[in-house]
Design a protein around this ligand. Structure first.
Ligand SMILES: [Zn+2]
Length: 315
């Protein structure tokens, strides 16, 4: 009898244990509000998580409209990451509609958001949400994500920490390179025109002035006055290239370039990644893509300015 009982106990323990450990190994289902954030979350979570984006690659998180499918996505989530700083104005309605009661983590936690610069008199001042373009702030994102994933799966905390540190090291390398590149450009030529104000934090870190006809959100159309102001800026600073963005209307920037006598540069990725195989499928590749084009436009303007100065000197 005793033999039978211990055999039964042994059988139950061995049968139960593998099933249980297998269960805990299943990847967590994590939802991220938009693709750039989703890619950072996936980099930190690695094989321990599956990530689903609410706003897909090549879609604009400023003007997103949740659908019933978005609610279903949340219903299955083990955790949800949003940017914060007012980016996802649609998120609280989505939470109510979906009935989601789980964890909502804010990736920009601890980062002090800046009010949008007041050079758009038509716009009411709002927080600038684009902190992810700061190569300093995005390191805080990675650390926050590691800490938050560790709350859901504490036994993998050191794995998340290791992945976050690798991302931080990679981003720091890009930042070191960017600082070196920017130092080659005269301060007076560190001026760039883009579709909407997505690069304020990046510009603040690197000493680059970014100007655009549209404010920090893509919700409102720029006014004729805003467009005229940017045209003046391009002419005054001998800017040769103005940038279009992958998400915002390219028509406006093309007209603006025509009017100001500038050419249209590459597509910058501001609020969404490209699809796989595109020029910006991950955060580090996106950052290098944007910065490479920004630096080449600034040095082009700097060369033009230098040759104009030489001409003025010899005439
Ligand atoms: Zn934006």
């Amino acid at each position: 009898m005793i033999y039978r009982l211990s055999f039964l106990l042994f059988f139950l323990l061995t049968a139960w244990a593998p099933a249980h450990s297998k269960e805990s190994q299943k990847p967590l289902k994590i939802v991220a509000s938009f693709s750039i954030l989703g890619n950072i979350v996936k980099t930190v979570g690695g094989k321990e998580i599956e990530v689903f984006y609410i706003v897909q690659e090549n879609e604009d998180p400023h003007i997103f409209r949740p659908t019933p499918e978005t609610s279903l996505l949340l219903a299955k989530a083990d955790g949800v990451f949003i940017n914060g700083l007012g980016l996802e104005g649609w998120f609280s309605r989505l939470i109510t509609a979906s009935g989601y009661k789980g964890n909502v983590f804010i990736a920009a936690k601890g980062i002090e958001g800046e009010r949008a610069p007041c050079d758009h008199p038509s716009a009411t001042p709002i927080l600038d949400p684009h902190a992810w373009h700061s190569l300093v702030h995005v390191q805080t994102y990675a650390q926050n994500i590691a800490d938050d994933l560790s709350r859901i799966r504490p036994e993998k905390a050191s794995y998340f920490e290791k992945n976050a540190q690798a991302f931080i090291d990679e981003v720091q390398k890009i930042y070191d390179w960017a600082q070196k590149e920017v130092s080659k450009i005269p301060k007076s030529q560190r001026k760039v025109v883009t579709g909407h104000d997505a690069f304020f934090y990046l510009g603040r870190d690197l000493g680059i002035e970014f100007v655009s006809p549209q404010g920090v959100t893509t919700e409102a159309e720029p006014s004729a006055k805003d467009v005229a102001r940017v045209i003046q800026f391009v002419k005054k600073n001998n800017i040769k290239t103005v940038f279009v963005e992958s998400l915002t209307s390219q028509r406006l920037i093309r007209e603006l370039a025509d009017e100001a006598g500038a050419t249209v540069g590459a597509e910058l990725y501001t609020d969404a990644l490209s699809k796989k195989g595109g020029p910006a499928p991950t955060y580090p590749i996106m950052a290098r893509h944007n910065l490479t084009h920004i630096f080449s436009a600034m040095s082009e303007s700097a060369q033009l300015e230098a040759s104009l100065q030489r001409r003025r000197f010899f005439s």
